[in-house]
Design a protein around this ligand. Structure first.
Ligand SMILES: *[C@@H]1O[C@H](CO)[C@@H](O)[C@H](O)[C@H]1NC(C)=O
Ligand SMILES: *[C@@H]1O[C@H](CO)[C@@H](O)[C@H](O)[C@H]1NC(C)=O
Ligand SMILES: *[C@@H]1O[C@H](CO)[C@@H](O)[C@H](O)[C@H]1NC(C)=O
Length: 191
């Protein structure tokens, strides 16, 4: 008698478990079957940044502006805590007169006390060429490194759902005010 009851009980538990899993599977399967279209697996662009400098010319043509420095009284040689917001032109080739691809909008924050590191977060809005859409890029640009590895954390349009690696190198830098530099971004993308 007791074993019969326990058998019925375990059967009931088993049925509940099966029913529960069935409901869960039914609930999740439609979205699990969805696939992203594949965008480009490689994409390359060059970013041109010119930092606003009042001593040169107090006009609006600069594409990158520093925020207020932190209010501290100790020395801060690497500008720790300073933010720069930019809207930089992107081109197909390394020259600033090369064919336009769109623009990058975002910011970087100087985030080291000991060296120049520029933590970047920006959206590359690609409006010209074969692939149109946005790519969101995130990561550290450490000035001392020859190649800086950032990540692609998402995208829209032709780059919908993209993830991957953004390998960046400094093509040139000119420290004479207004400071300007060009970075390449070589993207390896996965969907
Ligand atoms: C900076 O901080 C000091 C006191 O710590 C204050 O007196 C001063 O007004 C602050 N300056 C700015 C620009 O906020
Ligand atoms: C391109 O770079 C050169 C050399 O730095 C500079 O003189 C020129 O103004 C730049 N042109 C544009 C469109 O930014
Ligand atoms: C990208 O640029 C185009 C053209 O200016 C604009 O229509 C679009 O909304 C921009 N996308 C984003 C995410 O800013």
């Amino acid at each position: 008698m007791e074993s019969k009851i326990s058998m019925v009980l375990s059967l009931t538990v088993l049925l509940i478990i099966i029913a529960h899993c069935g409901v869960q599977a039914d609930h999740t399967s439609p979205s699990c079957k969805r696939k992203l279209p594949c965008g480009p697996s490689k994409f390359l662009f060059y970013l041109h940044n010119t930092v606003y400098d009042k001593s040169v010319d107090n006009r609006q043509y600069f594409n990158s502006i520093y925020g207020l420095p932190p209010n501290i009284s100790f020395p801060n040689p690497f500008g720790f805590g300073i933010m720069n917001i930019f809207e930089d032109p992107l081109t197909v080739g390394p020259s600033n007169t090369s064919k336009s691809l769109g623009k990058a909008q975002g910011f970087y924050v100087l985030d080291s006390f000991k060296e120049y590191t520029l933590f970047h977060i920006f959206t590359a809005n690609i409006t010209e060429g074969d692939f149109k859409g946005t790519v969101d890029i995130f990561g550290q640009v450490r000035e001392a490194d020859a190649v800086r590895y950032l990540t692609v954390v998402g995208g829209t349009g032709a780059f919908l759902g993209a993830r991957g690696l953004a390998s960046s190198t400094r093509i040139e830098i000119d420290h004479t005010p207004p400071a300007k530099w060009t970075l390449s971004f070589d993207l390896d993308l996965y969907y």
